[in-house]
Design a protein around this ligand. Structure first.
Ligand SMILES: [Zn+2]
Length: 316
């Protein structure tokens, strides 16, 4: 994977500006002040003027690129690289491919893109049969806890808990292909959680499924009152006496968790717990659009033009 094809299509900054302008005009551009739809492009200012309220809107305003000093071409190239591969791609690798000297702005840009990926996916609910479980991801020990004795297992300071939900159902016509599970997977969600309490997980499950899913979980007490609390339409809890059963009852949450771990661990040695959600956003965004192929770049462009990132983090 390299940027040559991309650079042929977008040879310089002005070609990217032009592409961004056309892209935004094709996708419901509206005035950020009055919501008006009649905007006229002013080539000398490189901005639109609202015909209703005279507000002037720059190319980047209202997008994830607003306030960034990086060229639009770098943003496009980063989106291209992020969507060109199923695996996780690090800011370091993107920096290297862009040929940028400074790491910090590239690092921020890529995290902002992961942030808006999460915003996009948060708009979708999971439907039908949904598997629910927790995953535990290895993360760096927080600075404040570095001198404390290390706890082991799921409560360890080196593990961050993640609520994982996956649409998973039996197909109408069974496949002849030999697969690890007869179930097929739809969309997935992964959310970092502070603890495994019912009061933490139940509202998130309700939000993710609009309270209408048919949930399957293990026998954990966390899920005992999901149905009673109106978080799901129905709930099947399966007590798992041996580990092999997990793969049968909750196949897709566990395939998703192990794929996410492999993808993230192959790319990073150590990640800080505070950034885990952003890496999971990237994983889920790509997983949920695994059949999009080359159209994924345009989808991410749309996402980048629709949302502004809340991600603000400075090392310096
Ligand atoms: Zn206006």
């Amino acid at each position: 994977m390299n940027l040559l094809d991309f650079y042929r299509q977008y040879p310089d900054e002005s070609s990217c500006e032009e592409a961004l302008r056309r892209f935004r005009e094709r996708h419901d551009l509206f005035c950020s002040r009055c919501g008006g739809l009649r905007l006229s492009w002013n080539p000398s200012h490189r901005s639109w003027t609202c015909m209703d309220c005279k507000h002037e809107m720059t190319l980047r305003s209202g997008t994830v690129m607003q306030g960034s000093n990086l060229p639009i071409r770098d943003w496009f190239a980063a989106m291209y690289l992020l969507t060109a591969t199923r695996r996780a791609i690090s800011s370091k690798e993107i920096q290297r491919q862009l040929g940028r000297k400074r790491y910090q702005p590239v690092w921020e840009m890529v995290h902002k893109l992961r942030d808006v990926m999460g915003k996009r996916d948060a708009r979708y609910n999971l439907h039908g049969d949904v598997e629910i479980d927790e995953g535990f991801f290895s993360t760096e020990t927080p600075e404040a806890q570095k001198n404390c004795p290390l706890k082991r297992g799921r409560g360890s300071q080196r593990k961050t808990s993640v609520l994982v939900m996956a649409e998973s159902s039996f197909p109408d016509t069974p496949s002849d292909k030999k697969r690890s599970t007869p179930k097929i997977v739809g969309h997935i969600k992964m959310e970092v959680i502070d603890d495994l309490k019912a009061s933490t997980e139940t509202p998130r499950i309700k939000q993710a499924t609009d309270g209408k899913a048919n949930a399957t979980t293990d026998g954990s007490s966390t899920y005992a009152s999901l149905e009673k609390d109106g978080a799901v339409a129905s709930h099947k809890a399966v007590v798992m006496d041996d580990k092999k059963k997990v793969g049968k009852v909750l196949p897709w949450v566990h395939i998703a968790i192990s794929n996410a771990k492999r993808s993230i661990l192959d790319t990073y040695h150590d990640i800080k717990a505070e950034f885990l959600q952003l890496y999971l956003n990237e994983f889920c965004y790509k997983f949920n659009r695994r059949y999009f192929g080359f159209r994924l770049f345009e989808r991410l462009e749309l996402c980048a033009c629709t949302y502004r990132a809340e991600f603000k983090h400075r090392i310096y």
